[in-house]
Design a protein around this ligand. Structure first.
Ligand SMILES: *Cc1c(COP(=O)(O)O)cnc(C)c1O
Length: 394
């Protein structure tokens, strides 16, 4: 067996995103015990930095061991009981997964179906809440990675709380790339992932829970149907008592520590502006090349751009050649949008102008290889970047 020798890639898909050198270096720090006071000091800092990035003072703020989906699982098994009605916004693959997870534990997912590429309205939510006053929880994806849509959530918590329900928000592709503002928006249960806009490797799911939701946890009529993801069991490790539940993924925590430190060192507002400005440059470049973007600018995500693929293009060949010849990864569409769109990530460390220029140049060459005459998008991307950087950065 040979020692691993992995070719680096420029990760411009919908995650994982490029991991900065210092994050990888942090992960190679010595592995110590999960009950070592030295490690607890690191855990404290991670929790404190997570609160800042989430925009919350929630006591229960921690990284769940596992990828983003582990955070979803934790949210569902703890805050939903068999027989509960849960309204789930399904505007893409990730909303669909939440609905499935709800159904799997014997609760009833009422799906608020939205055409892919669009967002749900507050009016739709209100009318569904009136139809189902027994609703215990409303679940919604803030940044739908399968479509590139940013779901506006202004006023949602108010409506949900008025009905005595809780608001669960998937922030996997938003946290670190745009404001999440858990406390101001009054979200109750929020999960995220490390490999999207935070630019750490996959493996942890930042998670936070409001006091209101914690009360619900105390009132459960049935036991939590999971051992690993039972908040009441694992929260003591992350609280004052430091009781062992499962071994914390030590090196992953080091990596998240450095990723969060980098985000705060940059400044959150500067980081969000960088995502917007670099995404704007990508959009201008793609449009100059003649591409149409799937999502209306008002609800277009900075972190994932979805591009319609012209019918004549062999899209699999384009992606394969981008990977082989250019070392660049982008992704195709999921589900309904498979074969119809590409998904380009503008995430975390990867959200930089030179990366976008590199992609635009390479993409053009891949299309030229298929006999298509495509104009360059570079000048348009650079012009948009200059214009937005001047007005937008401050
Ligand atoms: C990536 C993603 C997930 C799933 O996270 P994993 O880390 O793949 O388990 C969930 N929701 C959204 C919106 C995502 O983009």
């Amino acid at each position: 067996m040979n020692v691993l020798n992995v070719k680096p890639r420029l990760l411009l898909g919908p995650g994982p995103s490029p991991v900065p050198f210092t994050v990888r270096r942090a992960m190679s720090e010595p592995v110590i015990g999960h009950m070592d006071p030295q490690f607890f000091a690191i855990v404290d800092e991670v929790q404190s930095m997570l609160r800042t990035v989430f925009g919350t003072a929630n006591r229960l703020t921690l990284p769940v061991s596992g990828t983003g989906s582990a955070g979803m699982e934790t949210a569902i098994v703890n805050f939903v009981e068999p027989g509960d009605t849960v309204i789930v916004v399904v505007a893409g693959v990730f909303g669909g997964r939440i609905a499935e997870a709800v159904d799997k534990i014997g609760a009833h997912a009422v799906r608020l179906e939205v055409p892919w590429g669009q967002s749900a309205s507050l009016e739709q939510l209100k009318s569904l809440l009136r139809e189902h006053p027994e609703t215990r929880l409303v679940a919604v994806v803030m940044a739908e990675t399968s479509t590139g849509v940013l779901q506006p959530l202004t006023g949602w918590a108010h409506e949900v709380h008025r009905m005595g329900a809780l608001l669960l928000v998937d922030t996997v592709t938003s946290l670190g790339g745009m404001p999440v503002d858990v406390d101001t928006q009054e979200f109750d249960i929020v999960f995220s992932g490390t490999q999207k806009c935070l630019s750490a490797p996959p493996g942890l799911s930042p998670f936070t829970v409001s006091e209101r939701a914690l009360e619900r946890l105390d009132q459960r009529a049935t036991p939590v149907p999971s051992w690993y993801f039972d908040i009441a069991a694992f929260r003591h490790y992350w609280g004052q008592n430091r009781v062992y539940h499962h071994t914390a993924p030590i090196s992953m925590i080091y990596g998240l520590h450095e990723a969060l430190r980098l985000a705060l060192e940059e400044g959150l507002n500067e980081r969000y502006a960088r995502h917007r400005i670099v995404a704007g440059a990508l959009w201008a470049g793609l449009q100059a090349m003649g591409f149409e973007l799937l999502v209306d600018p008002a609800i277009r995500l900075p972190s994932v751009t979805t591009v319609r693929i012209p019918l004549e293009v062999d899209e699999r060949r384009v992606r394969a050649e981008l990977l082989d010849y250019d070392g660049i990864e982008i992704a195709g569409g999921l589900g309904n949008l498979s074969g119809k769109i590409w998904r380009i990530g503008v995430m975390g460390h990867g959200a930089r102008l030179p990366n976008m220029i590199q992609l635009l140049v390479a993409l053009r060459q891949r299309l030229v290889n298929q006999g298509r005459d495509v104009p360059s998008g570079v000048a348009a991307a650079e012009a948009a970047y200059r214009a937005n950087n001047r007005q937008g950065a401050k």
